[in-house]
Design a protein around this ligand. Structure first.
Ligand SMILES: C[S@@+](CC[C@H](N)C(=O)[O-])C[C@H]1O[C@@H](n2cnc3c(N)ncnc32)[C@H](O)[C@@H]1O
Length: 244
């Protein structure tokens, strides 16, 4: 219970969470919010899926294995580094974008998945001559959306933390409750702005800034056209851990 006498120290640490950030045995509670689905890099030796920035249903199994492998390496490193910084019995709550286990095909992502729609918007720009096909083929997202089993397996194998609870929640950037076209249009722009906030620096570094406004205009349009989709692959996974 927090009382008036409790102290809370807030500290901004520069650097990547895939490196040591805090002193040994100094943290009582760690929370990471919607960040650990970002990998330290796009997996090496991954067979490029033409015209797509992420895994799709037509990707080879080797693409899935390469992304999973990179996630296992990165998340294992994150757990080991934080285990050095967290006191014994300290807690950690991690919130991720994950994927549903409803579809057993690890390549399957629904038609309105944010990276599917981003790929579609980039292909529009290729068609319209704003982006070259080869430039699009070279770009991939340093991202992985684990399912619950994949997440649990890394935590168990790394061995520093006990799992107290693992919950799955809805992940929705804004379309679920829409009833009419006007709402879909507005939700399209809202989702486009969310995805733009997250991806703009990566996209500008690869494609340059001239395409950004037009790209997210196309993106908003595609989201609005998917207003009636209900079976989403993306979920929010929340895992609560205690340091052994
Ligand atoms: C979607 S934002 C979430 C921000 C915030 N936690 C929140 O919930 O509003 C993801 C954040 O993760 C950060 N991020 C991604 N990879 C990182 C890394 N390796 N080390 C530190 N931060 C990282 C990004 O810079 C970005 O700020």
């Amino acid at each position: 219970m927090i009382t008036n006498k409790s102290s809370c120290f807030v500290y901004g640490a520069p650097g990547s969470f895939y490196a040591r950030l805090f002193s040994r045995n100094s943290l009582h509670f760690v929370h990471s919010c919607y960040a650990l689905h970002f990998l330290s890099k796009v997996p090496e030796k991954h067979v490029n899926d033409k015209g797509s920035v992420y895994i799709t249903s037509s990707s080879p199994q080797s693409t899935y294995k390469a992304y999973l492998n990179q996630f296992q390496k990165d998340f294992t490193l994150f757990l080991r580094l934080r285990s050095e910084e967290i006191v014994s019995n300290g807690r950690m709550v991690l919130t991720f974008i994950g994927r549903n286990t409803l579809n057993s095909d690890p390549l399957y992502r629904d038609c309105c998945h944010f990276w599917t729609l981003l790929s579609k918007s980039l292909r529009d720009l290729v068609f319209e001559g704003h982006v070259s096909e080869s430039k699009l083929d070279e770009f991939n997202m340093p991202f992985y959306d684990p399912n619950e089993q994949e997440l649990e397996e890394v935590i168990r194998n790394e061995g520093s933390f006990e799992i107290n609870d693992l919950e799955k929640h809805v992940f929705d950037l804004g379309l679920s409750n829409n009833n009419n076209e006007e709402d879909d249009y507005e939700a399209g722009y809202n989702e486009a702005n969310c995805i733009r906030a997250v991806t703009e620096p990566m996209l500008v570094a690869h494609f340059g800034e001239d395409i950004i406004d037009i790209l997210f205009d196309r993106y908003a349009h595609h989201v609005a056209n998917h207003g009636s989709c209900r079976n989403k692959t993306s979920v929010t996974l929340v895992v609560s851990l205690t340091k052994k």
